[in-house]
Design a protein around this ligand. Structure first.
Ligand code: MV4
Length: 498
């Protein structure tokens, strides 16, 4: 087992990984930037090292600085968390070169799945359904026209080096094609340094359903059920749940089996996620993420499996001890990503000092957070500050619990998207499990937010007034009791004189 683990990340996920290390009795090393001097993760670790200035390129993306700390601290393994270097094959190779275990898949697996064209080819060969589209790269307009004729409009242009929807371009007719290709190429070039494009048939109103996979180094690969992640805004997931309201046990077995086949086909090891889009009754491979996902806690909550611990044990060469048939799925979990963003200002980031912080508690509530009272959220990083995860025996109970937990979650000093989550939880289509990637627009969720903010402000004002009232009452009570004591003292003195 590892002697010491360096967590090459920040915020809630760094604290979350350190918790698993602590439970395994493994000392931890934090790295932090100038902006994170007082951050929770730097305090939580057994050792903490400054690695550079606030901008990620000078700190959390600085491979040499991170490996220097690993050498200096004697860390023999690195957990990358998600984002930053988590899917950077160059970083994985650098760890391997330095004899430091990267807690994740091999650099080969990261590289292969990093090319969406290679991923599609690999999945097709493994018998995993892919969206009809181009075999490989689409080099010019003529090729694109021919493919689009074959599969029919609308089509979508995607960057092979991309992911998460960046650079995606929907094309409704041949007339738009040439211009669309030019702009998609330039976006791909600037975002990923690689202009390679491919084409897929555009599937309308899809759902995003992904399967967690876990594979050890002894040939065992299994899935830990699915997660529904359809509520997204500009390709950013906001609310995830497990299980998906539309996945039956038979579907779970069939598509979970495809996810396992996908992982086995590339000899995948460690934790990964196979993403599917579900449209008109069919599942199609979308992408494979070769990292721990933000939303992993809802899988942990409904299986009882600590995925980060499994990652560490697998990376250390341990075998997975249970069989697929022993992976449970109990109850229903929902995660709301709490972002420091202003929902009334196009969700613009809202960094700043947290003046009041009170997190919810009670049965079935988990908070993974990297913030605390008095902490100043820096403007340099992702706006997610915590994850609120609730569990219930049923989806209905989980929704009611999420509403209760959201009503208890107090964060002031910065704007948050908590009102957005409240609006979704009370939406009838959401409560019926009728989701799609167009949910936020179709249900006009954003229009509901001002009213909710007004309700919250009115409640806060009532509480403050009651508190002031309490203070007034307490002050009057104190004055009366002081008056009574003085009167009593006076009558006693009078009695003694007589
Ligand atoms: C698609 C699609 C429709 N048809 N591909 C790719 C990256 C992922 N984050 C979003 N992607 C999509 N790929 C085809 N052929 C629609 C989306 C999409 C989407 C998919 C699932 C969940 C939310 C989404 C939001 C916007 C677009």
């Amino acid at each position: 087992m590892f002697g010491k683990i360096l967590v090459a990340n920040r915020g809630e996920i760094a604290v979350r990984v350190m918790r698993a290390c602590r439970e395994l009795g493994i000392p931890t090393v934090a790295v932090y930037s100038e902006a994170d001097k007082h951050a929770l993760h730097a305090k939580y670790a057994d050792e903490a090292y400054l690695i550079g200035a606030a901008p990620p390129s000078q700190s959390y993306l600085n491979i040499d600085a991170i490996l220097d700390v690993a050498e200096k601290s004697g860390a023999d393994a690195i957990h990358p968390g998600y984002g930053f270097l988590a899917e950077n094959a160059k970083f994985v190779r650098a760890c391997e070169k330095h004899g430091i275990t990267f807690i994740g898949p091999s650099s080969k697996a990261v590289e292969l799945m990093g090319s969406k064209i290679e991923a599609r080819k690999t999945m097709k060969k493994a018998g995993v359904p892919v969206v009809p589209g181009s075999e490989g790269e689409v080099r010019d307009v003529e090729e694109a026209k021919a493919i689009a004729e074959e599969i029919g409009y609308p089509i979508v242009l995607k960057a092979s080096a991309g992911g998460g929807g960046i650079g995606m371009k929907v094309v409704k007719s041949e007339a738009e094609l040439e211009q669309a290709i030019e702009s998609a190429k330039s976006v791909a070039k600037s975002a990923f340094g690689d202009a390679t494009l491919f084409i897929e048939k555009f599937l309308s109103r899809p759902r995003h359903i992904e399967f967690q996979v876990l594979a050890d180094k002894h040939g065992k690969t299994l899935h830990l059920n699915e997660r529904e992640c359809s509520i997204q805004r500009r390709h950013q997931k906001l609310i995830e749940e497990c299980p998906s309201p539309i996945v039956t046990p038979e579907l779970r077995e069939r598509i979970g089996g495809l996810a396992v086949k996908a992982a086995e086909s590339i000899k995948y090891t460690n934790a990964g996620t196979v993403e599917f889009i579900y449209s008109q009754g069919e599942f199609y491979f979308l992408e494979m993420n070769t990292r721990l996902q933000v939303e992993h806690p809802i899988t942990e909550r409904t299986t009882g499996i600590d995925i980060v611990k499994e990652q560490i044990l697998i990376a250390a060469g341990e075998a997975i001890e249970y069989e697929q048939s022993e992976v449970p799925l109990f109850g229903h979990a929902i995660e709301c990503r709490i972002n420091a963003e202003d929902p009334l200002n196009d969700f613009a980031p809202s960094p700043g000092k947290i003046t009041r912080y009170r997190s919810p508690g009670g049965p079935g509530v988990r908070i993974d957070s990297g913030i605390r009272m008095g902490y100043t959220i820096p403007p340099y990083y992702d706006s997610m500050i915590s994850k609120l995860v609730v569990w219930g025996r049923t989806r209905e109970e989980a929704i009611a619990r999420m509403e209760r937990a959201l009503s208890e979650y107090i964060i002031t000093g910065v704007k948050t998207n908590i009102p957005f989550h409240k609006a979704v939880m009370r939406n009838e289509a959401f409560r019926r499990g009728e989701l799609s990637t167009n949910f936020i627009e179709e249900q006009n969720i954003l229009a509901k937010i001002p009213e909710i903010i007004k309700e919250d402000e009115a409640r806060e004002a009532r509480l403050a007034e009651a508190f002031r009232e309490d203070k007034r009452v307490a002050a009057i009570a104190t004055a009366v009791s002081m008056y009574i004591d003085a009167a009593k003292r006076k009558s006693e003195e009078k009695y003694e004189r007589e």
